[in-house]
Write a protein that binds this ligand. Structure first.
Ligand SMILES: Nc1nc2c(ncn2[C@@H]2O[C@H](COP(=O)(O)OP(=O)(O)O)[C@@H](O)[C@H]2O)c(=O)[nH]1
Ligand SMILES: [Mg+2]
Ligand SMILES: [Zn+2]
Length: 328
């Protein structure tokens, strides 16, 4: 039908779909009529953009051409984004790592390697800033006693985070994790060796191989400079996103003055401090330090706050030695 190819201001001939893959200027859009490869062009490319106009996770309206290829006509409003702000002398650009994420999973091990909880605290700050719910996965539960695992991680549940203990060896926590992912757009990050690949295997046979094949296929052909972003469908519905840029999440610039707002247990106390510019370090009448002394704030979390607030470059360098990744 000729009318199918006519661009229509009322979107009558456009097909809606989910952007599931992004690579070198092409987007794969999953629609009710199958996957359509779309070149990003035209209106979506022209002009001085202030940020990525289309990204993996976006809901898009596409136009299908005679040869079966498509083009993206419109991107529907996003409900949330994982993004980073790129700033220069005369530009500001919002790079979208993932559009519409429902939640982000931070995976650590209870042991081997010992969890870097300060790194986790940094990630949680970024998740708070971006207003994306975080799920903490404490893997390798089989290597420690439950008491030990709880001493490490239970503080996060107390301050309101979703926390799941897992073991890919015994299978503990895997069904719970699976149901937590269902029907949602999930992303995952964690240090090397904590068991991310093993978790993928436990969650869904073939998923880890699928993810691995995509990254190998690219690096194998010398395309290592090109980043592929992809959503992997989950059997029970929903997606898991492989978003390479997530590894830099912890390094994003957050202003010192806004930091207290991103510590869940500190934020509600801030209005009670005597000084409205209280840094919660040595000021008199500080409600945060009072809570700390009364045991209502975890000393290790408070230490994380202080280090992020006042640690400067040294602390950053120390933290950044930890190799963070999404999948490998
Ligand atoms: N004891 C134990 N070992 C695990 C568990 N999950 C993964 N491992 C092991 O930890 C190592 C790293 O796992 P891997 O999945 O490659 O971690 P990744 O780097 O995060 O992808 C491998 O030797 C796994 O067999 C677990 O729950 N318990
Ligand atoms: Mg891995
Ligand atoms: Zn204070």
């Amino acid at each position: 039908m000729a009318s199918e190819r006519t661009p229509d201001k009322n979107n009558q001939n456009l097909l809606q779909g989910l952007v599931i893959r992004s690579l070198a200027g092409y987007m794969t859009v999953r629609t009710a009529q199958g996957d359509v490869l779309c070149r990003v062009r035209g209106r979506l490319r022209r002009g001085r953009a202030e940020g990525d106009l289309v990204a993996v996770g976006d809901q898009a309206l596409i136009e299908i051409h005679e040869d079966g290829s498509g083009s993206i006509a419109q991107v529907l409003p996003r409900k949330s984004v994982l993004s980073r702000q790129l700033s220069g002398v005369n530009y500001e650009y919002q790079q979208i790592l993932l559009a519409n994420p429902d939640q982000v999973l931070f995976v650590f091990a209870c042991a081997q390697p010992d969890p870097s909880l300060r790194m986790l605290d940094r990630f949680l700050v970024v998740a708070e800033k971006q207003q994306i719910p975080a799920v903490i996965v404490a893997n390798k539960l089989d290597l420690v006693t439950r008491e030990h695992a709880q001493a490490l991680f239970e503080v996060y549940r107390r301050i309101g985070y979703d926390l799941i203990y897992t073991s890919t060896l015994t299978g503990e926590g895997i069904p719970e994790l699976k149901s937590r992912l269902q029907g949602k757009l999930n992303s995952m990050a964690g240090p090397s060796g904590v068991g991310k690949t093993s978790l993928l295997n436990s969650l869904q046979p073939g998923l880890a191989q699928e993810v691995g094949a995509v990254s190998r296929g690219l690096t194998g052909k010398g395309m290592h400079t090109t980043q592929v972003k992809q959503l992997f469908p989950l059997d029970g519905g929903g997606y898991l996103a492989d978003v390479p840029g997530l590894r830099t999440l912890a390094l994003w610039d957050i202003q010192g003055e806004e930091l207290d707002a991103y510590f869940r247990e500190i934020a509600p106390l801030v209005p009670e401090c005597q000084f409205n510019d209280c840094t919660h370090s040595r000021e008199p009448g500080c409600a945060v330090r009072k809570a700390l002394e009364e045991g209502r704030i975890d000393p290790r979390r408070y230490d994380s706050y202080l280090r992020l607030r006042f640690g400067g470059k040294l602390v950053q360098a120390e933290d950044e030695e930890i190799d963070f990744e999404t999948f490998d």
